[in-house]
Ligand binder design. Sequence first.
Ligand code: CP
Length: 298
Amino acid sequence: MHHIISIRDFERDEIDALITKAQKIQSLGSYKRTLSGKLVALLFFEPSTRTKMSFASALSRLGGDAITVDSVEGSSISKGETLADTIRVVSSYVDAIVLRHPKEGAARLASEFASVPVINAGDGAGQHPSQTLLDLYTIKENMPLDNIDVGLLGDLRYGRTAHSLSYALSNYDVRLHTIAPKGLEIPQWLSKELKDRGLDIIEHSSMDEIINELDVLYATRIQRERFPDSASYSRVAHSYRITPETLENVRKNLILLHPLPRAGEIDPGVDSLPYAKYFRQAENGIPIRMAMLEDVML
Ligand code: CP
């Protein structure tokens, strides 16, 4: 049985194979109903628009069906049932489980109790492997993942998309420039691990220092829901914003990515500029998640 829990579990050739599979699916335009008769549980114990809906859409395009839990309140977890028991039971109803959960490590725990494949759709500040795969897919759509400068902007402490993506990039020949408000820097243990894996990481205190030398700028939202209290969130809220003026002297080939939802980090005036690739990035969730669903169920 094959689970997808963390991008750390992937070798580079496995990442590349999934991206190639997604490219083939996308280029076909019409899809084979390879998952006809398969049923998938979408267990989302945290809010989601893109991940939940694109998994549902990907599954439906492949002929499969979804059953969904959208909140803790909508499940017997609200009556005190453990995640382990929930997963054991749901495993007997479906052919795979896609899980989003507020606690780091929840998807790994679920995989230990599941009798069907589990896909991690985001576990607290931990990992978000399907997001990372679509991020890499979108970069590859625009440029080779080779000898490029990637800027990672925002909440690098709590942001699971940043944790997942930075680890995945350590498989490639990139220079990673981190830009975070004070207190939201990439965790030291992760930075050390990435350096040990050979990734060239350069920390910056402001976006202006480096933006004109980047090929990819990956902006992220400050993860308000992970802060211990509202005062510590307020100290860093709205501390950066990308506007058309910010991008006046950037490289012509720059692509601006964001996992979305955005919460003020990118001015809507940027949306019509050629650098803005974040809506295309969200759209790329479909072929990537189709490839992932086939990968775990066929
Ligand atoms: N990027 C992402 O995970 O978005 P959702 O929270 O809407 O799924």
